[in-house]
Write a protein that binds this ligand. Structure first.
Ligand code: NAD
Ligand code: ZN
Length: 360
């Protein structure tokens, strides 16, 4: 047995208001005056001086606002990298991603592609990145995906939705300031928070489970129960706890894997553009067979927070659409193996996946 030797985020700061220290944290990493810091910021903050006034730009530093309406694409990363190369005198000193999973993943991918040749799509997969990325910092503004801590950046490419999983992907620095999440709309809070909950359920019920993953998964699950099903948390307490739940949930899957909900929701996302959080919820709602207890609690939390999920999103799809989603889903072999075991191909059939998709 050969164990995997994973890197982790090397530095992390946690606390309400810790975002104020951003400039002091990155300053020593400046290579020279021609080598700027590039801030990739969710455009939801474009006119939000409460946040942006705390980003000090010096020399050629630049903020690029990016919409999170659509999830990151490999072509988008290619364009960003090209424009950064054209606009800067020297390779940037660092990339700082500020936003949700979308912006965090873009920041990771851009920092990798600034030092690796060719197209981003060629690096989707496991351990294909050859050169270390440039210094990259993640500042989550919504909690749940675990993208701030994970070893992957999930991208949609021309033929698949798949992460760049590599030792160079994790952030060099993460700033966890729960105050930054204060204005997240309620539904989005629930959907991205449920991504974290589903990470826990898939990790804790997977065949890849080990004590490392289990301990993080259990901590995260307890926090999720407190936040989404407990009674007496203040808004601030809930924000603090969800930020840590996201971190622990991400840590749990670093050393295990996600499972059925993610395998199916990647299909929805690829074909229909359904976003990750809501897509996972739409799928998970129908997974009693795989995760009976987890789905029961999910439904109770959904009810408690009056969340309505879209219905019938697959109603008008053609056979070839179903085939596309099924192909994407079945290609995620480690997820199925984690969820069902080594012999997953005996029970996870195309017919079964089609039946599941048809319920959505
Ligand atoms: P997101 O980044 O797409 O953001 C969701 C919405 O919330 C957007 O409209 C955004 O503008 C808004 N928003 C973010 N912060 C806000 C704030 N403070 N106030 C108001 N609005 C705010 O959503 P997400 O669920 O965080 O991320 C989803 C993405 O993460 C997907 O692309 C998915 O593939 C990826 N993901 C990555 C990993 C990983 O390990 N790399 C894990 C899970 C998911
Ligand atoms: Zn997820």
């Amino acid at each position: 047995m050969s164990y995997k030797n994973f890197p982790m985020v090397s530095r992390v700061i946690f606390g309400r208001g810790s975002f104020n220290q951003l400039n002091d944290i990155v300053a020593p990493k400046r290579l020279n005056t021609k080598s700027p810091f590039i801030f990739l910021v969710d455009d939801v903050f474009k006119n939000n001086t409460w946040l942006t006034s705390r980003i000090n730009l010096s020399y050629d530093d630049k903020i690029i606002y990016i919409s999170a309406k659509e999830e990151p694409k490999t072509s988008q990363v290619d364009e960003l990298v090209e424009s950064i190369i054209l606009d800067t005198k020297e390779r940037p000193s660092g990339i700082i991603g500020i936003g949700g999973g979308t912006l965090l993943d873009l920041a990771k991918a851009v920092s990798i592609m600034l030092t690796n040749q060719g197209k981003t799509e060629n690096y989707q997969g496991w351990d294909l990145v050859k050169n270390p990325a440039i210094y990259h910092v993640g500042v989550p503004t919504i909690s749940g995906t675990g993208a701030e801590v994970s070893r992957t950046t999930v991208l949609t490419g021309p033929i698949r939705k798949l992460g760049i999983n590599s030792d160079y992907t994790p952030f060099d620095q993460v700033i966890l300031d729960p105050e930054l999440t204060k204005d997240v709309p309620k539904e989005q809070w629930f959907f991205t928070g449920m991504d974290c909950y589903i990470h826990c359920i898939e990790s804790l019920n997977g065949t890849y489970l080990n004590t490392f993953s289990q301990s993080y998964g259990e901590m995260s699950l307890e926090l999720c129960k407190d936040i989404f099903f407990g009674e007496s948390l203040s808004k601030e307490e809930a924000e603090d706890k969800l930020m840590m739940a996201s971190w622990h949930g991400g840590m749990s899957i670093v050393y295990s894997q996600v499972g059925v909900a993610h395998a199916l929701s990647y299909g929805l996302s690829y074909l229909l553009g359904t976003k990750h959080g809501i897509g996972n919820c739409i799928v998970f709602n129908h997974l009693e067979e795989f995760y009976p207890e987890g789905v029961k609690l999910f439904k109770a939390m959904k009810k408690k927070h009056n969340i309505e999920l879209p219905q019938g999103i697959c109603a008008d799809l053609s056979d070839s659409d179903f085939d596309t989603m099924i192909n994407i889903s079945l290609s995620l072999e480690p997820l199925w193996e984690n969820a069902v075991g080594k012999n997953w191909k005996n029970t996870v059939t195309r017919k079964k996946l089609k039946e599941l998709y048809k319920k959505m």
